[in-house]
Design a protein around this ligand. Sequence first.
Ligand code: SAM
Length: 427
Amino acid sequence: MNLPEKFLERMKERLGKEYPAFLASYEKPPYKALRVNTLKISLEDFLDLAPFYLGEQTDWEENGFYIEEEKAGSYKEHFAGLYYLQEPSAMCVGEYTNACKKERVLDLCAAPGGKTTAIAAQMEGDGILISNEIDAGRAKILSQNVERMGIKNCAVTNATPAQLTEKFPCYFDLVLVDAPCSGEGMFKKEPEAIPHWSENNVALCAARQKEILDCAAQMVAGGGHLVYSTCTFSEEEDEWQIRAFVERHPEFVLEQEHKLYPYLEKGEGHYCARLRKVGGETKNAKPYPIKRNAQANKAFAEFAKDFFAVLPKGEITTLDDGRMYLVPAGMPALGVRTLRLGVELGEFDGRIFKPAHALAMSVKREEVKHFVALSPEECERYLSGETLSRELENGWCVVGFDKYPLGLAKCVNGVLKNHLPKGLRKM
Ligand code: SAM
């Protein structure tokens, strides 16, 4: 691996006699891992149906396992959101966030969603999770992952940290800043980042992190936590960044920090710190302004009568474009570009209600009246966008395998029409 001279020089200076071990770690292939999505499946059940060999549990996460499988993203269990593929060292952030039910949590730099999906599992669907991503394209991927994992208490936003700071002063029990960084810890996994490395870029990253952290600080409620992480080794972006932050913000104390080196861990490089805001107030925000549309609600109720065995609870809001969402209890007004809000139920076109893929991904088998269990071969055909056949009553149903939904289909005279969104189908 062709690593920048200056980077190696800096690492040698930092690590001293441990430097040869660090260098030798680049000889080994990167570790791969998955995290079981306990929002959808218990660990025990996953161990029974895991579609490929699972290695040891990862060091930092009880639901994490090392894997060897190269195509772990192409299995039906992945499409069903039963697991998330995540670099094993990145799982250490879960131990630092340790989010709880009923909390208000902000994941400020959230795409593609590794930490957000871990936090959502920690919250067990109870509380408010705002997952934000500044880049519109990446926010879309984040939103798809939130959907696939069946997270119901999350809003996905696409805003700058400063825009959110204006809306949510002293509001969150926990803010995670998984900062954009120079990525030194991921060179083995993402070699395309190597040519972008320079001391100048490290300095630019550090300056951007300082800005993001200063925004984040203002959004933490009194007594709340700020968790900061990077996948880089440079002190400017890690330990020095956090020490300078505490100097600027004496209301925060550093509770815990850890640096993960690839020659000491079974994973790549990472840094994580947990700070507590000891003083300061907690502020509330205005509640999310529900837009009630009687016609749309009537059309949904008509659909729901035949679709649900157990009706979902919560308030329905109907946006101007007809999209309908089940708003999580306690959701504040967002006031920034929002891609997803709680559970996307579907769309009202002024006449009829059409359910959304997200709805199928959020339900459990026993919550719907019509669940069609497919054979493994039929699952592959459904995921490729094919139409299947079944002698069933006409109408909407959820299709999947075992107890796990893959998406929606509509039965019309013995034909199961495929409603898996085109962009999510297997190529
Ligand atoms: N937390 C994510 C996960 O676990 O999947 C990874 C986040 S990645 C390390 C950092 C993210 O910060 C990127 O998605 C990037 O687009 C975003 N970002 C870049 N510049 C930013 C800025 N100025 N403010 C906030 N976020 C920014």
